[in-house]
Design a protein around this ligand. Structure first.
Ligand code: GRF
Length: 194
């Protein structure tokens, strides 16, 4: 790999619609390559997306992920330069966060610091936003540090919450916002930090 080339690993636990958009966006990129898809769930839709796109994937064993340095070494050996979390539901262990200090981002489907932290994922977030009568919600893209949903925010975008919105209609709006922005924000961040 030439200097200035970045190799991304995308970590996801679910459907992987964000991973899909990111893969498409970087398909023919000069400097940035999606090199690995990582999941903690053998049945996650994101693994089909990896397969369809010919991208290698890795299924994590939770115990090994939480308790050893094995995967950190693997990622380093593969030359992974940046990690993108896209709906990854396990807490990332400190050794991995430290190994990718400032080189790991996450997307959260609300306007942090509100509606973040443990238990605030998926529809739980949208449910809480609607229950509180918020007039707007949005997305937050942030660096990952040792606390849940806590690292430095690098991007936010907002969307209106309508009176008739349900958690699933709001989720749909938020997904659109994520798909529109996450790949572009990743590109700028990676180019800045390579
Ligand atoms: C996204 O809404 C993201 O913000 C959250 O998990 C969801 C993942 O969706 N962290 P998908 O698997 O990319 O469709």
């Amino acid at each position: 790999m030439k200097p200035g080339q970045a190799k991304l690993a995308i970590f996801a636990s679910g459907k992987g619609s964000n991973a899909d958009k990111i893969i498409q966006y970087f398909e023919n990129h000069r400097n940035i390559h999606v090199s690995l898809i990582v999941s903690n769930k053998a049945t996650a839709g994101v693994l089909d997306i990896a397969h369809k796109n010919g991208i290698p994937s890795l299924i994590l064993e939770k115990h090994k992920f939480m308790e050893s340095n094995e995967y950190v070494q693997y990622l380093k050996n593969q030359g992974i330069t940046h990690i993108v979390l896209a709906g990854f539901l396990l807490k990332v262990p400190d050794n991995l966060i430290q190994a990718y200090n400032n080189k790991m981002v996450n997307i959260h489907p609300a306007l942090l610091p509100a509606y973040g932290g443990k238990g605030m994922y998926g529809e739980h977030v949208h449910q809480a936003v609607i229950q509180a009568g918020e007039k707007e919600s949005g997305i937050t893209i942030h660096l990952v540090d040792e606390e849940y949903d806590h690292g430095k925010t690098i991007f936010q975008a907002k969307v209106a919450v309508a009176a008739q919105d349900t958690p699933s209609s709001l989720a749909e709006k938020i997904h659109q916002l994520e798909h529109q922005h996450y790949p572009v924000v990743i590109e700028k961040w990676v180019l800045r930090t390579s």
